[in-house]
Every structure is written in C-alpha cells, then in structure tokens.
Design a binder for this molecule. Structure first.
Ligand code: CA
Ligand code: CA
Length: 558
C-alpha cells in the first residue's frame, strides 16, 4: 500500500513536472539548443547559428508532392510580410507592422492579438516597406520592435504588455523592423534609418524590465578608435544601420551583427574607410564590447548594406574544419571569415560584379575597378550589383549534407551617378542621382542559387520567371529547400539538383521566411504570404498582378 501510494505520488509528481516542463518558460539553454529541438522554433534563424537548417526529414524528396495546407490565418494587413514564425509549446507567434498575434499552431485559431497605433508621419521614415520580421521569445515573454523605434515585451500566454522602451526618436529617421536576439542576459536590437542621415547603433536591454544595459554605436565618432576614418563630424550622420538580426556563437560568446551603408550614399562627402559601415561586428552580448570587426565595403557609395549577417557554419577549409561566418554580401561577393578573429578565408563573386575587380586576400580590401574609378570621377556608370545587391535582406540557408548555401540571388544593375548631398531631417540623404534599377533584357532577373561558399560558384541555379524572389530559404535533412516566389507560390526544390518538386499558390507574393517543426511525429512547414517590401518600391509593373493581403500558412502531409 505504502509502495503503491509512493508510486502514485511519484507518478503525480512526474506528471506535474511534465506539465510544468511543457509550459516552462524558455531558458537560454532552450535557445542555444533550438536548431536540434525540432518541436519548436525559438530563434530567428532557426538556431543562433542562423543556418535555417532542420534535421527533420519526414517530409522529403519522395513525398513532398503530397504537401497540402493544414490551415491559413488572415493577418488582416495589406503590406509586405517578412515575419518568421516563432513556435513554442503549440503556439505560433507572428508579427505584422501593426500587430502581434499568437495562434494555435495545430488549428490556426487565434489565441491573442495585440495591435499597435502609430502617428501618421512614422510611415514616412520606413524607407523600404511597412513591415516587421518577427518576435523573440524568452522566459515567458515575447518581444518585438516597432516602426516608431520602440521595443515591447508581451506576456507570451496572455498578450498583456509588460514593458515598452524607446530606442530612438523616429522623427530623426530611425525605425525598427527586425526580430530581437536574446542571449547572455541581454535582449539585443538593431536600428534602421541608414538612408536618413542617422547614426546607427545596437542596443542591449534587460529582458525583464526593458532597461537599457548598453549601446554600441556603429560609426566611430571623432576621438574614438576608428574616428579618424571620417572627416570632421561626418560620423554623426554616417549611417551604418543595423536593421537585421545577428547570430551568436555560445562557445566563443560572440554576437555577430551586420551594418549597412554610410550616410550619405555619396562617399566623396565622407572620404575615408568610415568605420564601421558595411561591416560585421563581433561583440560580447553582456556588455556590447566590440571584440573584432571586418569591413566588407570601405567608403561604400553603393548602398551595399551588410546587415544580413549570414550563417555560422563549421566547414572544411583547405582540409581543416574551421568555425566560419559565411555571408552572401549585398556587394556581390560571398565571404568566408574565421569567426573567432575575423580573418578572411575566401571572398568570391556569386553574382555579376563590376564595382571591384576582386577582394585582396592579404589586406581583406576590395580592389576598386575602372568602373568604380569612373563613379568617383562623377561619371554616370552602370554598376553591378544594383542597390538591391547580389542578394537583398533575405537570409540564406545551409545544408551540411551538400555543403551548399541556398539563397535567392539577383541579376540586376543600376545607373549610378553622384550628386550633391543635402541633409533634411526625416528625408532621404543620398547625394546620388537615384533612378532605380535596370532589369537585364533576355536574362532572368534572379535565381534560387546553390552556392559553394569557398568559390562563390553555384552548383545549380533555378531561374525565377519574371520577378526575382526576395524570400528567405529553409533547408532540411529531407534533401529539400523551401522558399517562395514574388507571385505567391511556396515551393520545395531538390537540394541536390535544383529541380522543383512541389508548389502551392498562397494568394499574394511571398517575401517571408519558411520554417519547419514537428508535433507528435508529424512535420509541418509554416510561412507568411504577402507581397511588398523593398521589391514593391523598385519592382516592375508585373507586381500589379500580385494582390496584396497578408496571411499565415501551415502545410503538412495529410
Ligand atoms: Ca527548436
Ligand atoms: Ca541601405
């Protein structure tokens, strides 16, 4: 009897523990383990390494043609949708620029929704689309950023707002669009506004209270280390925005965060390297202390933002396993850096490039081309890649079985000529005769590319018909790459061959980020649909055949 009672008590205790574990708040260990734990998606990038790779293979090359929608949910928002779903304990969290929602991951039923309101002049400051890229989750709270440069914490269970902190004054041209990163006692956020003569920074917040813990400015002011790379006080309007989410290596305790263009675009107005524009910064999450940096495009005039920081990959480099940071830079080169110290290991073009002849491996600096010299002399020159880059904001993914990086790349140029820069608060500060982009005739405008990081060469490319894709990619152990098209199809492609194996039309354009997860042995794929973003500003008239309307989709094999 005693034994029975002890047993019953033990079982009750185990059940209680189990139940608690199910509802348990997310710990740093949970976030660190995210890539391997397939029942949830807790981080932007599907793991701190930002590989967007899942070991799941229930959906694979042999059955992906049977993939079908399980549910769809209206985001009630006509803007571009770039939010990466976060999934924990059966609940999916997604953002738009005006709302945050919690949805039952199996049924698609709404659990809670929180709306945001903005002053009307806020929308003027968002250079490239009214959007948001998703939440961070930690210790029972979900966190998001806002277009008017605030950070908000909600109770993950109820949606109750717990704190709201101001990162910057939106009237100066600052905005926030990306998902925060939580690690090392800090909630870390970036800032947009590189086109508005702002000064970029990265902020660390106390995740519990929203108190600012540290602030790392991304332009070096006069008197600071690197301050001599700017003339006068030009660093104070020098740009280097930080508008996408960084990656984190727990062993090295380094956060990697990309920075964007210098302000104004016209680099003749800020002669010098302009640290730390168009760079990657490696820093300590607890303090924001900068440990190393690598500048991809010194004195960049071409808006080659390096904000999409890339992936942390352990890969073979010349016969040795190295811990690297792999980045498909907007400037058209694919970089491989030693992520312990920033040493350059490879830099090769992955799209057509004419602004630089090559990257000098000894100095790590680009060798400026004849075309670049003509730009500096004030001539009107066609430059590859365009302002949109060889790849824009959309993250790539990694498949360790193929050793390839899967990215939606662009084959677009732009006419470039310097003009006189003029600063007006809250307006674009370019100093360039900006006339949009040139779509090549008789050639695809973009590809889904399977890139060898060390050579920049593609093993295969799938040409997008008509418009290129600005969607992220997802790789799986099922041998698949998932992504989406500007015309609304979610697609699955064979990671080895580039052959399209499945597609489904979601009703609007796709510029979102696919994720995959499992529940009770069944694998699901989720993605937001909703055309827009920077492509809508520069896209051609074919966008007119893509209806607006944000929605959230989940697919499975029935
Ligand atoms: Ca996980
Ligand atoms: Ca920019």
């Amino acid at each position: 009897m005693t034994t029975n009672r002890t047993l019953r008590a033990a079982i009750a205790c185990a059940l209680a523990l189990g139940a608690t574990a199910g509802l348990q708040a997310q710990t740093l260990k949970d976030l660190t383990d995210d890539q391997a734990t397939t029942g949830d998606v807790l981080t932007y990038g599907m793991g701190y390494a930002n590989q967007r790779y899942s070991p799941l293979k229930a959906i694979n090359k042999g059955n992906v043609d049977k993939l079908t929608p399980v549910w769809t949910y209206s985001l009630n928002n006509p803007q571009g949708q770039e939010s990466q779903p976060i999934i924990h304990n059966g609940v999916m969290y997604v953002t738009t620029h005006t709302s945050t929602v919690a949805v039952d991951a199996l049924s698609g039923r709404q659990i809670w929704k929180q709306d945001l309101e903005f002053a009307s002049d806020v929308f003027k400051m968002a250079c490239c689309g009214l959007l948001n890229r998703g939440v961070a989750i930690y210790n029972g709270k979900v966190y998001r950023t806002t277009l008017d440069a605030h950070v908000i914490a909600y109770d993950a269970k109820t949606g109750k707002q717990l704190w709201k902190s101001k990162a910057a004054d939106y009237k100066q041209g600052h905005a926030m669009t990306s998902a925060p990163l939580v690690t090392g006692g800090a909630l870390i956020t970036g800032i947009a506004g590189g086109e508005y003569g702002t000064r970029g920074f990265i902020t660390g917040w106390d995740p519990e209270t929203g108190k600012e813990l540290w602030k790392l400015y991304t332009t070096a002011a006069a008197g600071e280390k690197g301050g001599d790379t700017w003339p006068g006080d030009t660093a104070m309007k020098g740009g280097a925005p930080t508008w996408l989410t960084g990656a984190y290596d727990p062993q090295l305790d380094l956060v990697y965060w990309g920075t964007g263009n210098g302000g104004p675009w016209n680099a003749e107005a800020r002669k010098g390297d302009n640290l730390y524009v168009c760079s990657v910064l490696a820093f300590r999450p607890k303090t924001g202390e900068l440990v190393w940096h690598y500048q991809f495009s010194p004195n960049d005039p071409f808006d080659y933002d390096a904000t999409e920081v890339g992936m942390l990959v352990d890969m073979d480099v010349g016969g040795t396993k190295r811990k690297v940071l792999a980045q498909a830079n907007r400037n058209g080169f694919f970089y491989v850096l030693d992520r312990a110290n920033g040493k350059l290991l490879a830099a090769n073009p992955y799209v057509k490039v004419n602004w630089a002849d090559k990257i000098d491996m000894a100095s790590g600096r680009p060798v400026e081309s004849a075309a670049f010299k003509r730009v500096r002399a004030g001539e009107d020159v066609e430059i590859f890649p365009s302002v949109l880059g060889g790849k824009n904001w959309q993250p790539m993914s990694w498949n360790p079985a193929t050793g390839l990086a899967y990215a939606n790349t662009l084959n677009i140029s732009w006419p470039y000529q310097l003009a006189k820069p003029e600063y007006k608060q809250g307006e674009w500060y370019l100093g360039v005769n900006f006339r949009g982009v040139n779509m090549p005739k008789d050639q695809p405008h973009g590809y889904l590319s399977a890139i060898d990081p060390m050579t920049g060469k593609s093993k295969w490319q799938m040409a997008w018909p008509g418009q290129p894709s600005m969607a992220g990619t997802l790789s799986t152990a099922g041998g698949l790459v998932f992504t989406g098209s500007a015309t609304g199809e979610v697609i699955a492609v064979d990671a080895e061959s580039g052959k399209k194996l499945w597609q489904y039309q979601t009703g609007s354009g796709i510029i979102g980020l696919p994720v995959t997860w499992e529940k009770d042995g069944k694998q699901y794929v989720s993605i937001v649909s909703g055309g827009g973003g920077v492509w809508a500003l520069l896209g051609d008239e074919r966008m007119s055949q893509t209806p607006a309307g944000g929605s959230l989709w989940t697919f499975a094999i029935r």
